[in-house]
Design a protein around this ligand. Sequence first.
Ligand SMILES: O=C(O)/C=C(\CC(=O)C(=O)O)C(=O)O
Length: 292
Amino acid sequence: MSRTKTWVDQPSAPAYAPPPGAIDAHVHVFGPEADFPFSPKAKYHPEDATPEMLFALRDQLGFARNVIVQASCHGTDNAATLNAIAKSGGAARGVAVVSPDIDDAELQKLHDGGIRGVRFNFLKRLVDDAPKDKFLNIARRIAPLGWHVVVYFEADILEELEPFLAAIPTTIVVDHLGRPDIAQGPGGADITRFVQLLDDHPNIWTKVSGAERLSPQGAPFDDFVAVIRPVVERFPDRVLWGTDWPHPNMEHRIPDDGTLVDVIPRIAPTAELQRKLLVDNPMRLYWPEQLG
Ligand SMILES: O=C(O)/C=C(\CC(=O)C(=O)O)C(=O)O
């Protein structure tokens, strides 16, 4: 598999300045492969996207912290994610992908290394299997640590997944709004069903990220803004945002991170909504001990 590069080296400077303490709550690191080899089961083989590159981007875009989400190309070996968190000097925490047979000592080690959640990935193009019964067991074990669950799925399986989501005994964060079909517009079936899910389950949050993945129109993402802004306004205390750098699998439509940051004030139009989205909400999940 040839290695793919999915990010721009020099993103444009965003016009929007995030508030002090802003958290980019969905990023990944890849490798470096020489130190942290990819999983033999990986479905893509990216170029190295190192912690140093991530922190340079963070500073350039005006963010203070990152949440580093274990990407499927690293399987259940979280060493690259832990390495990046350790190098951040307290400015990053993370979400792990764990094996169902992980023991308590290993979970505690992940906690000590800055992990505050586990991710369950249901995308068939990214993982070979997604065993709900085993995921539920993991969820029951991590809940007492104060961790949450991050779930990544596409809109067509939402209905089938709902009983599983309902059984998870902790906060759930859905990546990229469960990937609704944005072309359906603000009243579309996918986003309507997703909003109903959040109405029905107060423990379900979402990342209002992924404009570059979900928008058929592309930058400046007017179609994404029209569908997603009402979600931010309806659930101001249950939304997170992230660049998704280094944009895995986006080699055919590589986004400019500066342009993505400029989507924020359009989906969160007031200073209060922006502060909740970028500071207050991620702080509650990732750095709760630092809240007054
Ligand atoms: O990271 C994302 O947001 C999306 C991904 C990759 C991914 O999740 C993974 O590799 O674990 C995708 O849709 O290909």
